[in-house]
Design a protein around this ligand. Structure first.
Ligand SMILES: Nc1ncnc2c1ncn2[C@@H]1O[C@H](COP(=O)(O)OP(=O)(O)O)[C@@H](O)[C@H]1O
Ligand SMILES: [Mg+2]
Length: 366
C-alpha cells in the first residue's frame, strides 16, 4: 500500500499543491518553517482522520481562508482508492472514499495504517501517562474496529460518570441508581480495551528489544510493561472500591483510562537514568516496534513518517538507521530534513526508488 498522490488545498501554509510520491522513499527538504511537517500532518490526517499536531480542524485551515481540502490517492495491489478530507469552518469534517461520503470515520481508520515519529516524541518518556495511552490507542485503533468502538464507548461513559459525580457534589445529593446505570455498562468495553492492551504488550516487548539493539548496537536491557487497574481486579470492583474516593474527588479515579506503560532500561526507569543518546534510540525503537506490530496485525506495511529524526544524530548513525529501515523492507517512507546534502549523501546508496522534494514557503519543486 502506498500514497501515490497528495493534493492540498488551503491546508496550513499550502494554498494549492500536489505531490506525486515514490512508492518507497520520499524526502522533503527545506529550511525550518517552510512546510515539511505540514505535509506529513496532511498524510496523517488522510489516514487517521486527525492531525498529528493535535490541532483542531479550524487551525489546519490556511489563514484567511474558510476551508481546507486534502485529497489522497492510494494504491494497494493494483487497486486504487481516492480519499478526500474536507472541512468547512463551522461545519463538521467530512471524508469521502471514491466519491462516497463516509458515514463513520471509524470505518476508515486503519485501512491505511501509518506511524509517525516526531521530535516531540520525548513526551512519550517524559510526560504523564496520557501520551503513552495515546501511543497504545493509536496502534490498536488502527488494527481493531472492536477496540476503537469499545474505547469510544468507554470514554463516553466515563464522561457521563464524571459529569454525574460533579453534579452530585454540586447539588448535595447522591443518586445511586443513576450511577449504577452507568457502572453496569462500563465493565464490558473496559474488558475489551484491557485484553487488547494486554495482548499488545506481549507483541511489543520482543519487537522493541530487537529494534533497540539493532539501533543502538548496545546491550542495555530495555523493557516495557503494561500497567492497569484491571490487572488484578474486575472493572466492577474497581468502580465499587473507589466509589467514596470518586465522590470526594468528583471524578472516576481508577479504570483503564488510567493505564500506563512503564519504560525501563537496565531495570531502572528510562526517564531518570537514560542519556540523551539512549533516550533517542529508546524512542525510535519503541516507534519501530509499533510499526512492526501494526504490520503484523493489519497485514499491510504502514506508511512511515519520520519528521526531523536526523537532527542531533551524526551522519554514521543516520546512515545506519536508514539502512536498517530500508533493509527491513519497510513500506513507503517519508523523511524530512533541513539539510539536503546530508539526506542526499545517505540515500544515494539506496538502490530502490526515491524522490526528493524541495519545500519552500508552501510550494514544492522536485
Ligand atoms: N493555518 C495555517 N495557515 C497558514 N500558515 C500556517 C498555518 N499553520 C501553520 N502555518 C505555517 O506553516 C509553517 C510551518 O510549517 P512546518 O511544516 O511546521 O515547517 P517545517 O518545514 O519546519 O516542518 C509556518 O510558517 C507556519 O506559519
Ligand atoms: Mg518540521
Amino acid at each position: 500500500m502506498f500514497l501515490a498522490r497528495l493534493k492540498l488545498t488551503n491546508f496550513k501554509n499550502y494554498e494549492s499543491q500536489y505531490f506525486d510520491f515514490s512508492a518507497r522513499l520520499n524526502c522533503l527538504t527545506g529550511l525550518n518553517g517552510m512546510g515539511k511537517t505540514n505535509v506529513l500532518d496532511a498524510i496523517h490526517l488522510i489516514c487517521l482522520c486527525k492531525s498529528h499536531s493535535g490541532l483542531s480542524d479550524r487551525n489546519l485551515v490556511r489563514h484567511e481562508e474558510s476551508f481546507y481540502r486534502v485529497e489522497g490517492h492510494f494504491d494497494q495491489a493494483g487497486e486504487h482508492t481516492k480519499i478526500v478530507a474536507r472541512f468547512l469552518a463551522g461545519q463538521s469534517k467530512e471524508f469521502e472514499r471514491n466519491g462516497n461520503t463516509l458515514e463513520r470515520l471509524s470505518d476508515h481508520i486503519g485501512r491505511f495504517p501509518v506511524v509517525m515519529i516526531a521530535p516531540d516524541d520525548v513526551a512519550l518518556v517524559q510526560e504523564g501517562s496520557e501520551d503513552r495511552r495515546k501511543f497504545i490507542d493509536s496502534t490498536l485503533s488502527q488494527n481493531s474496529a472492536e477496540y476503537l468502538g469499545s474505547l469510544m464507548t468507554y470514554n463516553a461513559l466515563l464522561r457521563q460518570r464524571n459529569a454525574l459525580l460533579k453534579s452530585f457534589a454540586e447539588y448535595h445529593r447522591f443518586d445511586s441508581a443513576l450511577l449504577e446505570s452507568i457502572d453496569r455498562q462500563m465493565p464490558e468495553p473496559a474488558s475489551v480495551v484491557f485484553s487488547h492492551r494486554k495482548a499488545f504488550e506481549a507483541t511489543l516487548i520482543p519487537l522493541f528489544s530487537d529494534f533497540y539493539s539493532a539501533i543502538s548496537g548496545s546491550r542495555e536491557r530495555v523493557s516495557v510493561t503494561y500497567q492497569s487497574d484491571l490487572e488484578e481486579k474486575s472493572m466492577e470492583s474497581v468502580l465499587s472500591e473507589n466509589l467514596d474516593k470518586d465522590r470526594v474527588l468528583q471524578r472516576t479515579t481508577a479504570g483503564v483510562h488510567k493505564d500506563d506503560l512503564r519504560l525501563f532500561m537496565n531495570d531502572l526507569p528510562v526517564k531518570k537514568f537514560a542519556s540523551q543518546g539512549q533516550l533517542k534510540s529508546f524512542l525510535l525503537a519503541l516507534r519501530l516496534a509499533q510499526y512492526e506490530a501494526l504490520r503484523l496485525s493489519t497485514g499491510t506495511a504502514p506508511i512511515l513518517l519520520l519528521d526531523d529524526i536526523f537532527d542531533k544524530l551524526d551522519e554514521n548513525r543516520v546512515r545506519h538507521l536508514v539502512g536498517l529501515l530500508l533493509e527491513r523492507d519497510f513500506g513507503q517512507v517519508f523523511i524530512t530534513d533541513t539539510q539536503r546534502l546530508r539526506i542526499e549523501a545517505v540515500i544515494r546508496e539506496f538502490p530502490g526508488d526515491f524522490r526528493i522534494f524541495e519545500v519552500e514557503n508552501g510550494s514544492v519543486s522536485v
